[in-house]
Design a protein around this ligand. Structure first.
Ligand SMILES: [Zn+2]
Length: 345
């Protein structure tokens, strides 16, 4: 299915091929861009399901932006697998797909996945690569730097174009999500802290986003649907500020288009817990960002697949929970109290 000049050696690409074949006519695939990595050239695939009507809502799932955080790509693939399997019997899933566009980009940075690096093959951290400048001081290096691609968190050259993978992600979001009145994106990462977190913008400023009431209403839906979940939902700025965040950039782009609302979430799986339970993981770069024990990996996939399913349903049913009028102001007040007027919980 892929052109013969691209490499399909990544196991995640092989799994994607199988899923596309098993999904048959319900699943479409295209190549958003191709990325050179030494001798190899990898495709960056995009999978779509559901109704393409631009009047309907959309939900997008992204993974592998940081190549080292393999579990992010695997969570997106596991969710896609559960959908493809359910296509055979799940009537409610088919009804959902009549009213929702679903977009999957599980391998945004295949070169990084191949090499086991956070950055792409050019040494650029894609999540620092967007044209967004932090408005306050960012932490040294981690906030994004232009000193050298040999150091982590490199943003790419000043005034340079965005990297091919970043451009491809932005194009897919513009075409598939921002072309519709309402959309949610979930970008799956790992590596920060002990808890699983769902971050929403901004990353470049501690200022609340305009659609704080909508995010708070979504968080409420999430709390109610996933009882006793362990996610910390919060603005990324509550942990640290960065330059160049792709989701800040895309949220701002959505704001330039009247009648378009994108709620971007970043799932940060707390990998330090896996390390704590198996300290030997500290001695492997892969192990710091990914669960190594098979039972732990299965538990991680199980938990997050369920959460992604709730997000998809929330996108489909947004008209039932998006707040308006007084309710909107009420959600804003609650959100300001929860996230901006007191210290971290
Ligand atoms: Zn990451």
């Amino acid at each position: 299915m892929y052109p013969s000049h691209v490499s399909t050696e990544l196991p995640e690409l092989a799994e994607l091929q199988r899923l596309v074949a098993e999904g048959g006519a319900h699943v479409s695939q295209r190549i958003a861009c191709e990325v050179d990595c030494g001798e190899r050239r990898f495709p960056v695939p995009v999978i779509t399901l559901g109704n393409p009507d631009p009047g309907l809502p959309a939900v997008g799932f992204f993974g592998g932006v940081h190549g080292l955080e393999r579990i992010g790509a695997e969570v997106v693939l596991a969710f896609l697998r559960s959908l493809v399997m359910r296509l055979a019997w799940d009537d409610l899933l088919h009804r959902q797909l009549e009213r929702l566009r679903m977009v999957f980009m599980p391998l945004v940075n295949p070169g990084g996945l191949w090499r086991g690096t956070r950055a792409n093959p050019n040494g650029v951290d894609l999540m620092r690569n967007a044209p967004v400048e932090a408005q306050d001081a960012v932490p040294f290096l981690i906030g994004g730097q232009r000193l050298s691609s040999a150091l982590p968190w490199y943003r790419g050259p000043l005034q340079g174009p965005m990297e091919a993978e970043s451009r491809a992600l932005c194009r897919v979001v513009e075409e598939e999500l921002l072309s519709r009145p309402f959309s949610i994106a979930v970008d799956c990462h790992s590596g920060f802290g002990l808890r699983d977190r769902l971050w929403f913008p901004f990353a470049h400023t501690a200022r609340p986003i305009e659609h704080l009431p909508e995010v708070h209403a979504l968080a409420t839906v999430f709390d109610q649907a996933l009882l006793h979940h362990r996610y910390v939902v919060e603005p990324q700025s509550r942990q640290y500020l960065t330059h160049g965040d792709l989701w800040d950039h895309l949220y701002l782009r959505a704001g330039e288009r009247p009648g378009r609302l994108l709620l971007p979430l970043t799932l940060e799986m707390g990998s330090w817990l896996w390390v704590k339970k198996n300290p030997r993981q500290l001695f492997s770069r892969h192990g710091i960002f990914n669960p190594l024990a098979e039972h732990r990996q299965q538990r991680v996939l199980r938990r997050h697949v369920q959460a992604l399913d709730v997000v998809a349903r929330a996108a489909c049913s947004h008209a039932r929970w998006l707040p308006a009028g007084e309710a909107r102001e009420w959600h804003r007040e609650l959100a300001l109290a929860r996230w901006y007027r007191r210290a971290a919980d």
